[in-house]
Design a protein around this ligand. Structure first.
Ligand code: GLP
Length: 243
């Protein structure tokens, strides 16, 4: 595991964007694993800048997103498909048909989950996976539990996550109670993993990774420590409880 501690959010965003851009320059057909949430927004802004000012070319890039709320259409402003279009895809030259976000309205969600993993496999697997971190240690929507799914699955969101994520909705009641998420196994299959965290509210979850001696399904993020190529990029506030 490689740890990078930077002064602030801007710095971690620039480093993450540079790592992604390097992968794209090395392999224009790269398969990106993308995340939503507030954390990667700065990284996406920097990638957009690189596209506009430096000609970073996404025309052959394919992408798979980690998760989606169950029941939300892609045109719902709270859906992760909408988020990705708004915060990245609409501003770069990626072919939208090469961008995959789990379908929150899939008619057979359980079958759909299997298909999503198959789609990733058929694309050759994810080359570089970006991860944010839940305050409770979740990655994607893999919530702390007695067991965790290996593949993409339908999960119940915890009360805590519903509360934390309600800041994007008009009220907590509007937050869907279920989601489709790539599983821990789907995530660990990526060739490289980058986990990003910033701000004091992530300090405990970061400490629970960096000081972790035993992986646990109650701390889903601890599983990334089993990966051979993982880089954790944090700002000083997120690192503050790990010193
Ligand atoms: C959501 C997403 C996660 C994300 C997390 C953290 O629950 N499903 O993939 O990592 O939020 O969000 P934020 O970056 O806004 O703190």
């Amino acid at each position: 595991m490689k740890l990078i501690v930077e002064k602030n959010y801007d710095c971690i965003s620039k480093i993450a964007a540079e790592l992604i851009a390097n992968e794209i320059r090395k392999n224009p057909n790269v398969v990106l694993g993308l995340a939503t949430g507030s954390t990667p927004i700065g990284t996406y802004k920097e990638l957009i800048r690189m596209h506009k000012e430096e000609g970073l070319d996404f025309s052959n890039v394919r992408s798979f997103n980690l998760d989606e709320y169950l029941g939300l259409e892609g045109n719902n402003p709270n859906s992760y498909r909408f988020f990705m279009n708004e915060n990245l895809f609409n501003h770069i030259n990626i072919d939208i048909n090469n961008t995959f976000v789990p379908d929150g309205k899939a008619s057979e969600p359980r079958e759909y989950c299997k298909l999503y993993d198959k789609k990733i496999e058929d694309a050759g697997g994810i080359d570089i996976q970006i991860l944010g971190l839940g305050e409770n240690g979740h990655i994607a929507f893999n919530e702390p539990d007695d067991s965790l799914s290996i593949g993409t699955s339908i999960v119940d969101l915890t009360e805590e996550t519903i509360k934390v994520n309600s800041r994007f909705f008009d009220s907590p009641e509007e937050v869907p109670k279920k989601a489709i998420t790539m599983g821990i196994g789907s995530i660990l299959k990526a060739r490289k993993i980058i986990l990003l965290a910033n701000g004091e509210r992530k300090a405990e979850a970061i400490r629970n990774i960096l000081k972790c001696e035993r992986i646990s399904t109650q701390n889903p993020a601890s599983f990334i420590l089993l990966h051979h190529d993982v880089t954790i990029i944090v700002d000083e506030e997120a690192y503050s409880k790990s010193k």
